[in-house]
Design a binder for this molecule. Structure first.
Ligand SMILES: NC(=O)C1=CN([C@@H]2O[C@H](COP(=O)(O)OP(=O)(O)OC[C@H]3O[C@@H](n4cnc5c(N)ncnc54)[C@H](OP(=O)(O)O)[C@@H]3O)[C@@H](O)[C@H]2O)[C@@H](O)CC1
Ligand SMILES: [K+]
Length: 510
């Protein structure tokens, strides 16, 4: 099983593209005068240290080296392993007659340590304890093909675990997309700076666990470049007090806002019910629900604290909109005329709003698209909804989640939460945060409805859209991690999050 992303809390908050990491490498070379071979040696040492720590009994290593500097790192690892007394099979792929100066020195180091360097001849021996992937790193520029693809297939079907140097071969450092075939690693040791693709889309599945090695580059150099993306998680934000302020004594429920959930067409009452309960559990002073009359009793039975108002037309929504301070629109809304009429009224209001599910599907229809300007709006599409909103296919969204999230935020002038593995939060001004909490158990019905309720409750308590989306996504994902901790990922239900939402929002973490 892959680790939940929350296992990566120790990783740095700044995430970079491959181009930015190359620029950082360059600054280390020029500003700090660290020669390229020295950096490569440090990379090899860091990786070998992780190898010994994770697999202390490994004796037979197969090290695979490509023609770029990723292969150079592999030569260093092989040299250190041989010096340490391990048995090393070393295979090269591609043209090693044109190595960089640093890689040439690393190769000499390996040869001096007694490593026998051979071109790969088509077969990986089965008796290795561990495979080291130094085939391609950030230089990947197309999907692996030919003998590289063949070797990757053999690595993935080999019984031994895999240590990837910098990034698994075939994983795109900027997008997190596996350009198949790609190496599935058990541990990835990444160098200099965190690449943004390690933590979203296919990244976590292909990296396995992730260790980060800064190679002793001074923090000042690493901080000299603005991060492309900020990694956030519940723990990080809680330590920085980015959540809700402690409640004072002399307060009343009006201080904490009034969320109106709009949704729950026939057959979809549960979605509205879960959004209501999540809003109440996340601290909204009052929660109302505008829904079909047929659900009213069931919602009241589940949560008598919610004020349920049966509505049959948009006009009946008007008095409710006057009393609400924040709207949560979409869970179970449907795309029929009932949902359309309600959404029309909602779009005419200027209240802060969370738009999810069918509200997003309707908004994607011709004639409905709009930019929200100054209104506080959070849109929470999954990749399918994002594709409809952008008028592209899902593959295009998933091929570059960062670009899709930024594009949506800018087009709709709203804070956008692009859900999925490594949820992204994009601001219309171009900032993007990536939540590294959460797990695959969240791929189940109702999780989005709960998130909508959480976000609305945070807006109701005074956060702006950006603050609410950051804290809310982390709260929701961390609650899912806590809820999954005891009983596993499979079978995790959206309502399992409720007690954890309350605890974590109150900074109670156990
Ligand atoms: N710079 C530094 O200071 C430090 C860098 N470090 C290390 O260097 C790594 C980056 O090195 P890099 O830039 O040389 O790229 P790398 O990933 O080795 O591969 C480039 C080669 O692969 C080829 N190629 C690409 N795609 C291909 C495909 N699908 N199928 C086949 N071939 C393909 C491409 O060929 P081309 O397309 O250019 O002909 C080129 O020859 C980085 O990840 C880290 O490990 C660390 O030591 C720390 C200090
Ligand atoms: K690699």
């Amino acid at each position: 099983m892959t680790q939940p992303l929350s296992a990566f809390q120790h990783l740095p908050a700044s995430l970079f593209t491959a181009a930015a990491v190359r620029e950082l490498d360059q600054r280390a070379l020029t500003d700090e005068q660290i020669p390229a071979f020295e950096l490569m040696s440090r990379a090899g040492q860091a990786a070998f240290g992780c190898l010994l720590q994770r697999w202390p009994t490994a004796q037979f290593l197969t090290v695979l080296a490509g023609p770029g500097n990723n292969g150079g790192d592999a030569y260093v690892v092989a040299a250190l392993a041989a010096i340490h007394g391990l048995d090393v099979n070393f295979y090269t792929l591609g043209d090693h007659g044109q190595l960089s100066e640093a890689s040439t020195r690393a190769r000499e180091m390996a040869l001096a340590a007694g490593v026998e360097v051979k071109p790969w001849a088509g077969v990986l021996e089965r008796d290795s304890d561990l495979l080291v992937d130094g085939l391609l790193g950030t230089g990947l520029n197309k999907a692996p093909a030919g003998e590289l693809a063949e070797l990757i297939e053999q690595i993935n079907s080999h019984p031994a675990p895999v240590l990837a140097l910098d990034i698994p071969t075939g994983l795109h450092a900027d997008t997190g997309c596996a350009l198949e075939p790609a190496v599935r690693a058990d541990l990835t040791v990444t160098f200099v700076a965190m690449k943004q693709g390690l933590l979203t889309a296919d990244g976590p599945d292909y990296c396995g666990d992730i260790a980060y090695a800064c190679l002793d580059i001074r923090p000042a150099v690493l901080k000299s470049m603005a991060a492309d993306v900020e990694r956030i998680g519940y723990q990080v934000l809680a330590e920085r007090h980015e959540g809700l302020a402690a409640r004072r004594g002399n307060v009343h429920k009006g201080r904490y806002g009034h969320v109106l959930v709009v949704g729950g067409d026939e057959g979809m009452g549960g979605a509205a019910a879960m959004a209501c309960e999540a809003a109440a559990r996340s601290g909204s002073g009052l929660v109302s629900c505008a829904t079909r009359g047929s659900h009213a009793q069931a919602i009241l039975m589940r949560r008598p604290e919610v004020m349920v108002k049966p509505v049959v037309s948009g006009l009946e929504l008007l008095p409710l909109l006057e009393r609400a301070s924040v709207l949560a629109v979409g869970p179970g809304l449907g795309q029929g005329s009932w949902g359309e009429l309600l959404l029309q009224q909602v779009l005419q209001s200027d209240l802060p709003v969370v738009l999810d599910a069918d509200a997003l599907n309707l908004l994607a229809s011709p004639g409905w698209r709009q930019a929200f300007g100054e209104r506080q709006v959070i849109m929470t599409p999954h990749p399918g909804e994002a594709a409809r909103l952008l008028d592209v296919d899902i593959r295009t969204v998933q091929n570059d989640r960062f670009a899709a999230a930024r594009d949506l935020a800018s087009r709709y002038s709203a804070v956008v939460v692009l859900k999925g593995c490594g949820s992204l939060i994009a601001h219309p001004d171009g900032r993007v945060a990536l939540c590294s909490d959460g797990n695959a158990g969240m791929a189940s019905g109702g999780m989005g409805d709960v998130l909508t309720g959480v976000l609305a409750a945070l807006l109701a308590q005074g956060m702006d859209a950006w603050q609410a989306a950051r804290w809310g996504v982390c709260l929701h994902s961390a609650a899912a991690d806590r809820a999954a901790h005891e009983n596993g990922l499979c079978g995790l239900l959206a309502t399992d999050l409720m007690p954890w939402l309350r605890r974590l929002n109150n900074y109670i973490t156990h």
